[in-house]
Design a protein around this ligand. Sequence first.
Ligand code: SAH
Ligand code: SF4
Length: 359
Amino acid sequence: MIEQLLEKENLNCAEIVTLLKAEGVDKKKLFEKSAQIKEQYVQNKVFFRGLIEFSNICRKDCFYCGIRKSNSSVSRFNLSDDEIIEAARFAYCNKYGSIVLQSGEIKSRRFTDRISKLLYKIREISENNLRVTLSCGEQDYSTYKKWYDNGASRYLLRIETSNKDLYYKLHPDNITHSFTKRKECLNQLKTIGYQVGTGVMIGLPFQTIEDLANDLLWMKELDVDMVGMGPYLEHRDTPLYAFRNILKDEPSRFDLSLKMIAVLRIMMRKINIVAATALQAIEKLGREKAIMIGANVLMPNITPGSVREDYKLYENKPCTSESPYDCKSCLEMRIALTGNKIAYDEWGDSQHFVENRII
Ligand code: SAH
Ligand code: SF4
């Protein structure tokens, strides 16, 4: 029965649910199939994206996130341009090929101009050899367009959940947290020409297995180029913490996350899939396991050590006390264990994007 399902690329909701519920021998077959598809379509390679979490200032109040606006116990930071450029230089000198600039959501003319200036400087120090992904939340079309014109080529904006009702259990129902606006942003990013990445949290309170199956179908329908999804991890200073008693335990959330990655690899063979850091918060070798069954992107944290403690979206975030150098040698060892090669000096554009959308 499962063998037949695993031969299909276009799965329906019920079939996805069956795969997400697979246990024992069936689960093993699912992971073998997704690993084989990964090797066949995107090779056993891992692309590095140096992650720079440059500010934890945020105008939003997502109920799950440790740096939400109303959390007054966070000490807020904003790295200087020089610190950001230094981190970008580290990525470039270490042949990472690509960086991600991520922050809380700030919407202002000043912020827009600052990112533009940074994009220009990054181009300058890397002789235009670093691909830049932005992950700075919801912005206006004109801002997205300006950043694209200034050199950003990829954008990460997770939908968090594709179920509208669930979305409003996780976010305040107001104009700053509009589900419609979030979807509109993703469409705008696609229209502009970005490689678009999205994703969801897995194991959220009130989330069903059917919700997760529909998330995967929604990603396929949106025809995304990259996906980063990982387990939801509770943070004590957030409203959602009150529902920790109805959560699946961490090992189950981890297991479900791996299955989500495996099924997505079967459904969307040539996209880039991130082995999310949150996986490592649950299991020491969590990201490596994800790489072995379908993920092909890893985002080493290259944020300067001094502020890492303050960018805690969830608790038990790994590696907050290490320098980028520690992370690099540690990662090399870890990737070697998976039988994958680190694609140094490669941009690692999503093959799905390259083949479908570039004219
Ligand atoms: N502000 C931007 C980018 C930073 S947040 C944005 O929201 O798009 C990046 C991601 O962290 C979010 O999309 C969310 O999926 C994830 N995140 C936040 N809190 C989390 C938690 N408690 N557990 C797991 N992931 C979380
Ligand atoms: Fe802000 Fe992003 Fe956290 Fe929401 S998830 S509170 S937008 S940093």
